[in-house]
Write a protein that binds this ligand. Structure first.
Ligand code: COA
Length: 432
């Protein structure tokens, strides 16, 4: 098979490619920085030709013009996670949110949310005609395998990440070449409370442990306190710049991992250009679909798996709201429950959920007698393990309801401990 001939025959412009999308189609696009800005721009230019086209992805970061309510009858957005950019549209009701565990999302493309068109952004082909999904393998690889039509944006800026992360040019319906830089947000700077949380989390991590880290300031704050650890491993959903620094410092070696020794395992990436350069052609990094990275029964095969994710509110029973602030859908489930359950399966595993003890300048406690009206439970009280605030660590696993409430009140902000203790006495009809 002469793949170069196939490649050249499939080359087209973005404007022509998006004409293959027909009214009523469901279009699945990549995650975050993996979404093709070039093909989305072309879809926007062509939007009046569409009626009832649905765009589905987990994280809109790069292009958000399709969130405009004025074009909703042409392009409707269905979010699998709510970002700062899509929050308004979802809560105002002109975009939708579909809750799902991250590792199960690719199953949607086979039933319930059948995919008509996959819009992918990939690296330049290698000498065998394979392009890498690079920083976004997640659910998009499955979507492209299921979709009758695959619109591919080949971007030389997309790193050639290794692993189960490739598509052959023969599987693309058409190809658009455009070299544009990937979105590369700088790492966020942690504040004082986040640094204190990072320090507590680091105290729960031993040499040789395998880590999963969510996105944001707290994971990077944790990594900042791991500089003297040895032989840490990574099996995660995503990672960012902090991991690169610890690889270069010789702290992350993955040498003691019992599953995929020597390899960092992830499904998507978001960070600076330094991160994207690090993964390019790097045999230490194996990118996999989310069905592999996040399946609790696979991730849980890593011994001593320590998972670190963040939450919004915890009630005195240990029920965790991580995606809603009352009625407001603030974010999504993501991989939180996948990894909480993976660490419960893992021999020696620990699931850490973090949050500052208060919000809005210390006027609202995030540890509460009852979740806010309308809030949903993301991590249940049977799944929850360790909650960390800047005031310490609450180990809730296998504790009675009263003991978990007592433990949580001890890591609440001192200002709120009195009223939480009163709520404890009323709820449990006993002394603290
Ligand atoms: N009551 C009222 N407002 C609250 C609140 C509460 N209990 N908790 C948070 N907020 C507000 C904050 O004041 C802040 O508002 P602002 O933006 O106006 O300042 C905002 O919500 C964000 O709070 P913050 O603590 O900074 O959140 P974050 O950006 O660190 O994100 C999660 C935290 C929980 C939303 C995020 O980690 C998440 O989506 N988790 C679930 C999914 C997951 O775990 N994925 C892991 C794999 S990547």
């Amino acid at each position: 098979m002469d793949w170069k001939k196939i490649y050249n025959e499939k080359l087209t412009t973005a404007d022509e490619a998006v004409k293959l999308i027909k009214s009523g189609n469901r279009v699945v696009t990549g995650l975050g920085a993996g979404e093709s800005p070039v093909l989305i721009d072309a879809m926007m230019k062509n939007h009046k030709a569409y009626k009832g086209v649905e765009i589905v992805n987990i994280l809109s970061l790069v292009k958000t013009e399709y969130l405009d309510p004025a074009i909703d009858e042409h392009l409707h957005y269905n979010a699998l996670f709510v970002s700062a950019k899509s929050r308004h549209a979802v809560n105002e009701g002109y975009a939708d949110y579909t809750p799902s565990f991250f590792y199960r999302m690719p199953q949607m493309w086979e039933k319930d949310l059948l995919v008509d068109v996959a819009v992918i952004q990939v690296s330049a082909p290698d000498r065998h005609g394979f392009c890498s999904y690079g920083i976004s393998v997640d659910y998009i690889k499955h979507a492209a395998e299921k979709a009758p039509i695959v619109l591919a944006h080949v971007n030389k800026s997309m790193p050639r990440a290794l692993g189960d992360a490739f598509i052959h040019v023969s599987h693309m319906t058409c190809i658009v070449e455009a070299d544009v830089p990937l979105l590369a947000p700088p790492p966020p700077a942690p504040n004082e409370a986040e640094l204190a949380i990072g320090k507590h989390c680091a105290s729960l991590i031993n040499d040789g442990d395998c880590l999963q880290l969510g996105f944001g300031t707290i994971p990077d704050a944790v990594l900042a306190f791991l500089k003297d650890h040895k032989d840490l491993g990574i099996h995660t959903e995503m990672f960012s710049d902090g991991v690169v620094d610890l690889v270069h410092a010789g702290v992350i070696t993955c040498a003691r991992k019992n599953l995929n020794p020597g390899k960092i395992i992830a499904t998507f990436l978001l960070g600076s250009q330094k991160l994207y350069d690090f993964v390019d052609d790097n045999p230490m990094v194996a990118m996999h679909p989310v069905t592999y990275t996040n399946d609790p029964y696979i991730a849980g095969q890593n011994d001593n798996l320590v998972t670190i994710n963040s939450c919004i509110q915890v009630d005195l029973l240990g029920q965790v709201a991580s995606e809603t602030i009352g009625m407001t859908q603030f974010s999504g489930v993501g991989g939180q429950v996948d990894f909480v359950r993976a660490s419960a399966i893992s021999k020696g595993g620990r699931a850490i959920l973090t949050m500052p003890s208060t919000t809005k300048s210390d006027t609202i406690s995030k540890i509460v007698p009852f979740l806010d009206e309308g809030a949903v439970v993301t991590t249940s009280r049977c799944d929850v393990h360790l909650i960390v605030t800047e005031y310490g660590i609450a180990d809730l696993r296998n504790k009675t309801c009263k003991d978990r409430a007592r433990t949580l009140i001890r890591i609440a902000h001192p200002k709120f401990r009195g009223e939480l203790t009163a709520a404890f006495k009323q709820r449990f009809n006993c002394e603290f």
